[in-house]
Design a protein around this ligand. Structure first.
Ligand code: FMN
Length: 297
């Protein structure tokens, strides 16, 4: 990544939706919406609700599927953004370990120089194991990470779920499975009720909370993970301004992703990058990387 700022999966479409609204030269990578082997319709509407400090979404991983992504989406991204287009971090998911590995294998075989890394979303149901999510059992997590590791030579980032008693066993599972980096955090399970209608607001009943409200939770998890591992950490969760990104870096992150903030200000990621550079100048840091883990605690 030429800069330590990327977009968070699911909040920046397939990379072209914000053309003209953000300076791509300030993005170290563009992380795209979750992709699985087949096209996927997602959940019925309504699938998001705005709450104080963020939003609750249950999009349900709507996506084009891998074949169309490779044949159409990536070339379109290259054409629209131009030859300086930042590399793509391709967020992938699947209903089984085999599907994850298959998607990773195909992404690798495509040998497209724009595909810079794979980000594994393990917060989705394991159909073969009764619907438990892959990311909530360290043994299953290690299995899926190892299977993807064996299927790809691309850098492998594993995106962890925040709703676990301790992040450390999951960090270990990623290390053992052969991950190159961690991403923290995915959304936090949540629910919103319409009291007048006495019904859940989301058609899916529950969803995931993102935005400012989850930022301190994410900072703590990044801090815990950094203490436990030398793997680089891509941090996300409520980055709305440079200060939020700096918190993540000081807690131990190497790079940050901007998610929900993009919905209200599409230029956020670029502004965060500018703010990081200004902070380094103001505090005498030669490079943003020198901020990683530089916490006086
Ligand atoms: C509308 C929406 C869709 C999302 N889709 C995905 C996805 O497909 N895959 C994934 O790993 N995370 C997905 N996420 C989670 C984000 O990438 C990010 O981890 C989370 O929103 C926290 O960052 P934020 O508070 O800056 O939004 C989605 C989040 C939102 C709000």
């Amino acid at each position: 990544m030429a800069t330590p700022v990327t977009t968070a999966s699911g909040t920046f479409g397939y990379g072209t939706e914000y053309l003209g609204a953000v300076d791509y030269a300030k993005l170290g990578a563009v992380t795209v919406k979750g992709i699985r082997a087949e096209a996927w319709p997602g959940n019925p509407m309504p699938r998001h609700a705005v709450v104080p400090g963020g939003l609750v979404n249950a999009i349900g991983l709507q996506g084009t599927g891998l074949a169309r992504f490779l044949a159409t989406t990536v070339p379109w991204y290259r054409k629209q953004v131009g030859e300086k287009a930042p590399p793509l971090i391709v967020n992938i998911w699947g209903g089984s370990v085999e599907e994850y590995a298959d998607v990773a294998r195909q992404l690798t075989a495509a040998q497209n120089p724009l595909i810079g890394a794979i980000e594994l979303n393990v917060s989705c149901p394991n159909v073969k194991a009764g619907g438990h999510t892959f990311g909530q059992d360290p043994a299953v997590l290690e299995e899926v990470v190892a299977a993807v590791r064996a299927a790809t030579t691309l850098p492998l980032i594993v995106k962890l779920a925040p709703n676990v008693p301790s992040i450390v066993p999951y960090v270990r599972a990623c290390e053992k499975g052969g991950a190159d980096a961690l991403a923290l955090i995915n959304t936090i399970p949540a629910m919103v009720i319409d009291v007048e209608r006495r019904r859940p607001v989301l058609a899916n009943v529950t969803g995931g909370l993102s935005g400012r409200a989850i930022h301190p939770v994410a900072v703590k998890l990044v801090y815990d993970a950094h203490k436990a591992t030398r793997l680089p950490i891509l941090a996300m969760g409520g980055v709305y301004e440079a200060k939020d990104a700096i918190e993540f870096l000081l807690a131990g992150a190497t790079a940050v992703a901007v998610g929900s903030a993009t919905f209200t200000n599409p230029g956020t990621a670029a502004e965060v990058y500018d703010g990081l550079v200004a902070y380094c100048e103001r505090h005498g840091f030669a490079a943003v990387r020198d901020l990683t883990g530089a916490l006086d605690a």
